[in-house]
Design a protein around this ligand. Sequence first.
Ligand code: FAD
Length: 647
Amino acid sequence: MQQIETMCHIQTCNTIIVGSGAAGYSAAERLWQLGQHDILLLTEGKNAGTSRNTGSDKQTYYKLTLSGDGQDSYTEMAQTLFQGGSIDGDQALAEAVGSVPCFIHLAELGVPFPTNRWGEYVGYKTDHDPRDRATSAGPLTSRMMTEALERSVNQLGVPILDHHLLLQILTEQNQVQGVICLDMDLEKLVLIRCRNLILATGGPACLYADSVYPASQHGANGIAFACGAHGQNLTEWQYGIASLHPRWNVSGTYMQVLPRFFSTEQDGSDPREFLQEAFPCYEDMLNQIFLKGYQWPFDSRKALDGSSRLDLLVYQERSLRGRRVFLDYRQNPENREIVWDLLSPEASAYLRKAGALQDTPFARLSHMNQPAVDFYRSRGVNLAAEPLEIALCAQHNNGGIAVNSWWHTQVEGLFAIGEAAGTHGVYRPGGTALNAGQVGALRCARYIAANRKGDPDDLSSSNQDHLHIWKEWIAALRSRPENAQNIAAHLRRSMSDGAGAFRSLSRMEELHEQVQSLLSHFPDPIGAGSGKTGLIQALRLRDQLLTMEVYLTAMMDYAKHCQHSRGSALYQTVDGYLPHISSAVIPELFRFLPDDGSLNHQIQETIYSPEGSTTNWRPVRPIPDRSSDFFENIWRGYRENQNISDE
Ligand SMILES: Cc1cc2nc3c(=O)[nH]c(=O)nc-3n(C[C@H](O)[C@H](O)[C@H](O)COP(=O)(O)OP(=O)(O)OC[C@H]3O[C@@H](n4cnc5c(N)ncnc54)[C@H](O)[C@@H]3O)c2cc1C
């Protein structure tokens, strides 16, 4: 049996930032600029994660209107965010206010957000956006942000510890004391003491098999829950149609050019245009495909008679009928000529205006958005010659770790920012995820620099024991042949089938039982074998189990608490309605009751416990009233502590 060596207490610092995505780099940069240099950025992979490895046909950043004569205001933008439902008003206001400095900072770091000749950042309307607040630097906005912030962090000289996997957050009396991680190169355990820990570990991509998160993203929310951080709005996700190889959202023009949808058996036999059976009227089907372009995430409000029926039919083919589903740009749906005048006025006017009336979806796509074609070609897919395999995929977790308006969790000294934090509600305008990551980074850095300087406390004796527990666990994992990868994949498949966009209480309960059993016996019966990859997979599996335990608890509670479906998920309900599609048999899994908005002012919190997680519902915090703000008083407060406090 291979014994793992440990290095103990190798380092002590004021603040550790975990994660090298757009949020993590931003926090490191801000802390350094605020004079807090006793910091360390730790990551399992400098080039891993969502920000650096993902995008879409026009990846969006959401900010206050910064062009024209639109009468936008911080309060109005905060209200837009707040109206998404189940959102705290103080966070909505902080994200609205912070959007301006954070966005301008990125632009000044060199992210090429376009301006007009007067320097105005002209915007466009994104989903759930009443104004034109969205902007984009192109398909790879988040990558450009990450690279710009990384350059800045490197110039400042922030120390970075690469290839270190966070395993546990050490706390004593609900205060952070440090972390245990695995040096992935040397296969050694490392303990680092710290006073503050900023988790910028991204979304819990480890949960789903059908996923458009990059393969390098896993997340670490389970590790945060295990140390006492609460989850909030964990039920709220965005699922949408995406290609599997490469993982990429097929939103916007990819749908507006009206590709053909078809499915096959696993071996490629029996190709069938399955949308036909649901939409007997050809033009109705085309209109729904067109709408999917800018109604990309699956939305329960559009599932009865709107464009989200497409997501549902894709899911039915893959998950219920066991077939493979493809988009085909080589020919029109049903290989028919399209009579443009018979399409909805919206679709025909748009395509005419864009001059996109060519004979095939490929020709239309090349005309409207050549970079969208080039992207796939750069990944080895020629859309002119081959179909593209798709699925209904998890894309973003609106909920996550619960934080206050300084992005501080319930655990003193533990902050969560970026997608790890659960600051979004049921709906969010596109682009708010990237903004929230930057604002959270700025605000927690300000809070730490103002209130939480200094060295960490000495490590408690119980925390010293944890290192030995991990040593024993690793020895046990090593003693069994590798099986972690299969267990993790099986659990992810079950999540996609029963706890993704379509949630059935009985399937979630069954899965939850399996997860609880694996967690309570961990590390039995999991095996890592003797290789490095096996060990890393087995250790990641523990976070996956913790994450699943807490997320499934939240989803099961929602299903019991509320009969109505909302956001990007349908909860099967016997008293509900079936979507309006013309299939002979519509699965009962799709029977649901639409949202009645009754929970819009409530937030579901989930609290991990080894005996079983629990949930509670609390009212949202309102948007703060600043009408009594008076300059002299604000100035005094600012001189005293820069108005950075928990009140
Ligand atoms: C296809 C797609 C399109 C999107 N489009 C948009 C859009 O248009 N607009 C928008 O606002 N948002 C969009 N999003 C969401 C947005 O990109 C992400 O929410 C955001 O990039 C997350 O950034 P982050 O810094 O929080 O995390 P990430 O960029 O995911 O970084 C996480 C970091 O933490 C590290 N890490 C994780 N776990 C551990 C561990 N245990 N130990 C050590 N390190 C760890 C990872 O290696 C990585 O470095 C999109 C997402 C996808 C998947």
